[in-house]
Design a protein around this ligand. Structure first.
Ligand SMILES: [Zn+2]
Length: 87
């Protein structure tokens, strides 16, 4: 599990913008990310502990990778919808 910071997630989002992987929602906080060119598929998970956000991906990267960068857009939208629904 890697802590998400403003700096590392910005880098990951920028890389995801270039790579444009396909993101599919498995369930809230779990996403399937597929590289359209290579077909490689990875699962990204988000966790929140005491207001600190963490993410993990099953690719071999040990940093906040672009799979996480690609998923976070979908994750933010879903999290906001859930927040609105419960408000
Ligand atoms: Zn990854």
């Amino acid at each position: 599990m890697i802590e998400i910071t403003k700096t590392n997630i910005e880098k990951a989002i920028n890389k995801a913008r270039q790579t444009k992987p396909f993101v599919k929602v498995i369930e809230f906080r779990r996403y399937s990310v597929t590289n359209k060119i290579t077909g490689a598929n990875y699962t990204v998970k988000f966790t929140k502990i005491n207001n600190t956000k963490y993410a993990e991906c099953d690719c071999k990267a040990t940093v906040i990778c672009y799979h996480i960068g690609a998923s976070i857009g979908a994750h933010i939208v879903l999290a906001e919808q859930m927040h609105t629904a419960t408000a």
